[in-house]
Design a protein around this ligand. Structure first.
Ligand SMILES: NC(=O)C1=CN([C@@H]2O[C@H](COP(=O)(O)OP(=O)(O)OC[C@H]3O[C@@H](n4cnc5c(N)ncnc54)[C@H](O)[C@@H]3O)[C@@H](O)[C@H]2O)C=CC1
Ligand SMILES: CC(C)CC(=O)C(=O)O
Ligand SMILES: [Mg+2]
Length: 369
C-alpha cells in the first residue's frame, strides 16, 4: 500500500502531537510493508511568520497532490489583533475549503479506563460511543457578507446553507448510522432560525431513503444539556458547522479530555485529518500535550484513506491498552488515582508504539502458524 501524506503541524502543541501521530504511521508502514511518504508544509501562525500568509500556495499545492492531509492545530495569541481573514485560523478555513471535504467525522468514545477522568459519573459515560457528523464548509464560518465596521460599531456574519449542502452531509450521517446503532439525531435551532428550518426539512426528506434508521431532531440548546446528561442516547449526531464545533468539544468531557478526540473530514478531493483540539498555547512546549487525539486521528487515516481497517483497529487497541495499563498525560490524570503513571507527550507516543508493535508481532506470528 502506498500513501502520500501532507503533514501540516501548525502552531503550539500541533507539532508535538503530530510527531507522535506520524511515528505511529511510520511504524504501521514498516511493520506492514507499506510505503508511506510524508511531505511537510507550513500553515497557521508559523506560516505567517515565515511567509506572510496563513496558507502559503506551496502548502496548498503540496496538499492537493497528496492522498491525505494530517494537520496538527493552528492559532497563536500573538496574532489576536489581526482581522479573522489574516489570522492563523484563516489558513485552516482556507485549506478546508480548498480540499473540499464537507463531512467532518468526530467520534467521541468513553474509554473504560478513563471513566475516572471524566467529571461525569461512570454510569453516565459507560458505553458511550457518539459519532458527530459536522458540516464543515457552510454556515457562519463561510457565509457572506461578513465584516466589522469600526466606524459604525456594527459587525455581521452570515449563516447560510443550501438544500444541496444539507442533503450531501445528511446522506453521510445516514449511511454511517446504517452500520452503527441506526439512529441519527439532527441538531438545529429551528424554533428561531430559517436556516435551521431548511436544515430540518431537508434532513427529514433525506431520512425517507433510510427507513431502517431512526431520525430525531433536537434543538441545539437543550442538546448541549442532553449530551452531558444522557450521552448514551446518541449514536450519530448530525450538525451544521458552528453547532458541531461547540458540541463536539463539549463531548470531550465524556472522553475525559479534548486531547483524546480525533477527526476525519471526507467527501472532498483529499481527506483532511485533524485532532479536534486547538493549539493549546497554555501548555505548548511543556510536554503536557496529550497525543492520543492525534494518534487516533492517524488511525482514521488508515481507515478512511488507506483502507487498512485492521491496522486502524490495532492502533485504537494499542491506545486502549496503554490507558488500561494506567499511563496518563496530565489532562487525563484526574486526582492521581492509584495505579496511574504520569507520562509526557513523547512517553505516551512511545508507549502506544510499543503496544502496537507487540500486537502486530502477535498477528504476524499467528499468520505464520
Ligand atoms: N483545529 C484547530 O487548529 C483549532 C485551533 N484553535 C485555536 O487554538 C488556540 C487555542 O484555543 P483554545 O480555545 O484554548 O482551545 P484548545 O483546544 O487549544 O485548548 C482548550 C483547552 O484544552 C487543553 N487541551 C487542548 N488540547 C489538548 C491536548 N492535546 N492535551 C492536553 N490538553 C489539551 C488546553 O490546554 C486548553 O486548556 C486559538 O488560537 C484557537 O483559535 C482552536 C480549535 C481548533
Ligand atoms: C477554524 C477553527 C479554529 C474552528 C474550530 O475550532 C474547529 O474546527 O474545531
Ligand atoms: Mg473547535
Amino acid at each position: 500500500m502506498r500513501l502520500k501524506i501532507a503533514v501540516l503541524a501548525g502552531d503550539g502543541i500541533g507539532p508535538e502531537v503530530t510527531k507522535q501521530a506520524t511515528n505511529i504511521l511510520r511504524a504501521v508502514a514498516e511493520m506492514g510493508g507499506h510505503e508511506f511518504t510524508f511531505v511537510e508544509g507550513l500553515i497557521g501562525g508559523t506560516a505567517i511568520t515565515e511567509t506572510g500568509s496563513p496558507l502559503p500556495t506551496a502548502t496548498l499545492d503540496a496538499a492537493l497532490e497528496c492522498d491525505a492531509v494530517l494537520l496538527g492545530a493552528v492559532g497563536d495569541n500573538k496574532f489576536n489583533a489581526l482581522p479573522p481573514d489574516k489570522r492563523p485560523e484563516a489558513g485552516l478555513l482556507q485549506i478546508r475549503q480548498a480540499l473540499g471535504g464537507f463531512a467532518n467525522l468526530r467520534p467521541s468514545i468513553a474509554y473504560t479506563a478513563l471513566s475516572a477522568s471524566s467529571p461525569l459519573r461512570p454510569e453516565v459515560t459507560k458505553d458511550v460511543d457518539i459519532l458527530f457528523v459536522r458540516e464543515l464548509l457552510g454556515g457562519l464560518y463561510f457565509g457572506a457578507p461578513r465584516w466589522w465596521d469600526r466606524n459604525s460599531n456594527e459587525a455581521i456574519n452570515t449563516m447560510r446553507y443550501t438544500r444541496d449542502e444539507v442533503v450531501r452531509v445528511a446522506r453521510v450521517a445516514f449511511e454511517l448510522a446504517g452500520n452503527r446503532r441506526q439512529k441519527v439525531t439532527s441538531v438545529d435551532k429551528a424554533n428561531v432560525l430559517e436556516v435551521s428550518q431548511l436544515w430540518r426539512a431537508t434532513v427529514t426528506e433525506v431520512a425517507k431513503d433510510y427507513p431502517s434508521v431512526t431520525l430525531e431532531h433536537q434543538l441545539v440548546d437543550s442538546m448541549a444539556m442532553h449530551i452531558m446528561n444522557i450521552p448514551r442516547n446518541f449514536d450519530v449526531v448530525l450538525t451544521e458547522n458552528l453547532f458541531g464545533d461547540i458540541l463536539s468539544d463539549e463531548a470531550g468531557v465524556i472522553t475525559g479530555s479534548l486531547g483524546m478526540l480525533p477527526s476525519a473530514t471526507i467527501g472532498g478531493a483529499v481527506n483532511l485529518y485533524e485532532p479536534v483540539h486547538g493549539s493549546a498555547p497554555d501548555i505548548a512546549g511543556t510536554g503536557k500535550a496529550n497525543p492520543l487525539g492525534a494518534i487516533l486521528t492517524a488511525a482514521m487515516i488508515l481507515r478512511h484513506s488507506a483502507n487498512l481497517e485492521q491496522d486502524a483497529k490495532a492502533v485504537e487497541a494499542a491506545v486502549n491498552k496503554v490507558l488500561d495499563a494506567g499511563y496518563r498525560t496530565a489532562d487525563i490524570a484526574r486526582g492521581q488515582q492509584p495505579g496511574q503513571t504520569p507520562v509526557s507527550t513523547q512517553e505516551m507516543g512511545k508507549l502506544v508504539h510499543q503496544a502496537l508493535a507487540e500486537s502486530i508481532d502477535r498477528r504476524q506470528a499467528m499468520h505464520a502458524v
